[in-house]
Design a protein around this ligand. Structure first.
Ligand code: FAD
Ligand code: NAP
Ligand code: SF4
Length: 679
């Protein structure tokens, strides 16, 4: 039955010398665990994914030499000692019947250290470091380092390597004339510029022999001005095949590209058309990638002839059993990656070990261990937002009798507002997953019940988890009770009518989301891939070099005029997520949203909103708006805490009820899961 549902996805792939059990590749993703001296945690993380039956795992990148390491302490594969350290990883994956390839990543000018090298001494726009230009002989040495790393990977027990040739790293930097201005044999026309990757692949093949997987990750669309055109991309693919690659994987966009490639607002499988375009140009298997997050989408990609395999990286963080569930008729139980980047990329960008918003055990397999409860207890969880649901299902899974209460008539708490924001539709998946987990784990759900401390005492609960979340902060602006004033809850939850010109007070995460909501019509469908490409100006590299040259973003006109205000003088949105903040800022700019920083809120009345500027309250200015929406932060709802304490009932406080400042669903779920693992 399962094979009928996902026949292509679950079909094995015979590579001649080895067979992959299905068409799912766990794509390379840096987690931070690669950089640890002992690789036991990395081994445990991959072993869970191998047990979950993924066809082939690709590790995060390991550098072939110190100059090429993304950061000074980043993981590298340099000598036999490194190979020996990696045996714990390959051994753990093989013990689960899995296969694993090691990615070799040379960062080139993206390296965050002064030893960075590149074909030419040109600084990347996203780096403060100007790289040193490599001498001709040195290029040879760097190729040799790739080869040595691959040989060592084989010695370490890997089933193959992936040569990272995309995302704007070292190899990409040789490929385009913008970043390669050399006049020796490594620069010049395209055939000279592609000499480096072709030599890397052919010399690696010679060194590792025929029965070792070599994946080449090829940038199908650079998304930067001066990027490769399609003819060059095809030329490289053919040369890489001839040089001995086993599989070509798809890379999308350089890191410095100003077009989102994996954020949640990118439609699912938005770039599969590029891999499809490559079909027929080469004979070796092709892998599609980017925003493929369910077995249904993956199956469609294969059914439409876009690729032979699909790569999913973040979805494997979200659910290690992704493939196993798809293969056993339980695809509706998959914990779907919502593309938020909050716990994966944002952690990596801030030097923290990656994890996953929807699965805090990701990369923490050895420290969040869910064991059956020593003694089953009767526990009430109050509040069915992300904190409460996560606590309830984990407690129930461990054998406790759990009653989950919410005053609302649906679970999800504030996520029910997040899901209506344009580009955040994936939150529906999360809520659906929560619902199924509640049913599966036997949590007794009580909706529409606002509970009091007395009720909890009377109903003989042994412990209570308070997950009552947050309420909007009152900003105390003169005139804030005027009928023009709405809260974000009025707008997003109660769908109160909003006029054509709006001032949003507060430019935090919710202020930005409300702005994105208001610039679109209420009954808006999520954009198709074609519409989304038009908005961001993603062209066909056959017609536009890099997929961008001469292509202009073409968003629709805003549905409302929106002003976004904040008191602090820092750039609005500067505290949003590292990997997604720029996307939100760019999206609002395209919709002519005016961000105004450094204001004092003086008055609200029939005339609209009066603000002044700076400590001296200069330039008082009226904004004649139809509505003012308050997004001024939140405060904890803790009314149950003291009465329960007084009644002597053991209570734990989690999520927004615990700390409202800088609260997000990631923290709420992580805190809840960690608590519930221990009771
Ligand atoms: P809540 O979600 O507030 O849930 C608390 C629940 O408790 C509510 O359902 C309430 O009805 C219930 N309750 C309260 N008192 C009682 C009582 N006495 N009896 C019974 N039930 C009670 N976070 C992210 O990580 N990423 C995002 O992209 C994101 N986007 C957002 C967009 C918007 C528009 C909003 C509003 C929030 C967004 N958030 C996002 C924040 C995220 O939703 C919150 O951080 C998270 O929901 C907090 O979880 P919680 O479980 O602590 O509280
Ligand atoms: P927030 O990020 O703390 O922003 C609150 C905003 O209100 C700030 O711009 C603040 O700016 C302003 N403010 C605070 N007190 C005020 C007052 N007394 N008067 C006037 N303005 C005031 O909170 P939020 O936007 O409510 O978001 C809540 C949480 O949800 C956040 O922690 C966020 O992480 C999470 N969230 C995340 C996402 C996401 O995409 N990851 C999206 C939405 C929400 P000034 O003080 O400068 O005026
Ligand atoms: Fe996906 Fe968000 Fe988890 Fe990253 S943190 S894997 S984007 S759900």
């Amino acid at each position: 039955m399962e094979k009928e549902q996902f026949p292509r996805l679950l079909a094995p792939l015979d590579l001649g010398f080895t067979t992959l059990k299905n068409r799912v590749i766990m794509g390379s993703m840096h987690t931070g665990l690669e950089d640890e001296e002992r690789l036991d945690r990395l081994a445990a993380y991959f072993a869970e994914r191998a047990r979950g039956q993924v066809g082939l795992i690709v590790t995060g990148g390991f550098a072939p030499n110190r100059e090429g390491a993304v950061a000074p302490s980043a993981g590298a594969m340099l000598d036999s000692g490194d190979a020996a350290r990696h045996r714990v990883v390959t051994g753990a994956v093989h013990a689960e019947g899995g296969k694993i390839a090691m990615q070799i990543l040379h960062a080139g000018r993206y390296a965050a250290h002064p030893q960075a090298v590149a074909p030419s001494p040109l600084r990347a726009p996203i780096s403060p470091i100007t790289p040193r230009k490599l001498g001709s002989d040195e290029v040879d040495r760097h190729i040799a380092n790739f080869v040595t790393s691959a040989v060592l990977a084989r010695e370490a027990g890997y089933d193959g390597v992936e040569i990272m040739g995309s995302e704007g790293y070292f190899i990409n930097q040789f490929l385009t004339a913008n970043t390669n201005q050399r006049t020796d044999k490594w620069g010049g026309d395209y055939s000279a510029r592609m000499r480096l990757p072709v030599e890397i692949v052919s010399r690696t093949r010679q060194a590792v022999g025929p029965d070792f997987i070599i994946i080449y990750r090829l940038s199908m669309i650079d998304l930067v001005p001066g990027g490769s055109d399609w003819q060059e991309v095809v030329m490289l693919a053919r040369a890489v095949e001839a040089a001995g690659a086993t599989i070509i994987n798809t890379g999308i966009g350089w890191h410095e590209a100003r077009i989102p490639t994996i954020a949640t607002s990118v439609p699912r499988a938005a770039f599969a058309w590029l891999t499809k375009k490559m079909k027929g140009e080469v004979g070796i298997p092709l892998v599609a990638s980017n925003r493929i997050n369910t077995p249904t989408v993956a199956e469609e990609v294969l059914a439409e002839g876009c690729a032979d395999l699909v790569s999913m990286a973040r979805p494997m963080l979200a659910d290690p059993e992704f493939v196993k569930k798809a293969a056993t008729g339980r695809s509706n139980e998959i914990n779907v990656c919502i593309g938020c980047n909050q716990a994966c990329l944002d952690h990596i960008f801030s030097n923290r070990v990656a994890s996953c918003l929807v699965n805090p055990r990701a990369c923490h397999e050895t420290d969040i261990v869910l064991k059956p409860a020593i003694e089953a207890r009767r526990i009430a969880v109050i509040g069915a937002g992300p904190a409460g649901v996560s606590a309830a299902v984990t407690l129930a899974e461990r054998g406790h009798e759990v009653h989950l209460f919410d005053a609302a008539d649906q679970i999800g708490g504030q996520l029910n507002m997040a899901k209506v924001i344009p580009g955040k539709e994936e939150f529906f998946e999360m809520l659906g997953y929560f619902e199924r987990r509640i049913q599966q784990t036997g949590v007794r759900l009580h909706l529409g019940e606002k509970v009091t401390a007395k009720q909890l005492v009377d109903r003989n609960f042994e412990e209570v988890v308070i997950a009552t979340g947050v309420k909007p902060r009152e900003p105390n602006i003169p005139g804030q009770n005027h009928p023009k004033v709405l809260s974000y809850i009025d707008v997003l939850h109660d769908r109160r009518p909003v006029g054509k010109s709006v001032a949003i007070i507060g430019a935090g995460g919710i202020g930005f989301d409300v702005a994105e909501y208001l610039v679109e019509p209420a009954q808006r469908e999520a954009p198709t891939v074609a519409q989304w490409r038009k908005v961001w100006g993603v062209g066909d590299p056959e017609l536009a070099r890099g997929g961008v040259e001469g292509v202009r973003p073409a968003p629709d006109a805003p549905f409302r005029k929106v002003w976004l205000f904040q008191r602090s003088t820092e750039k609005a949105g500067s505290r949003l997520g590292k990997s997604t903040g720029w996307i939100h800022r760019a999206a609002l700019k395209m919709k002519d949203v005016s961000a105004i920083e450094g204001v004092n809120y003086e008055q609200i009345d029939d005339r609209g909103l009066l603000v002044s500027f700076g400590p001296e309250r200069l330039e008082p200015t009226w904004f004649d708006v139809d509505n003012i929406v308050l997004c001024t932060g939140q405060e904890p709802v803790r009314d149950l805490v003291e009465p329960l304490k007084a009644a002597g009932l053991k209570a734990h406080v989690i999520g927004g009820a615990d700390v409202a400042a800088e609260l997000d669903a990631k923290r709420a779920i992580s805190q809840a899961t960690r608590l519930a693992a221990m009771i």
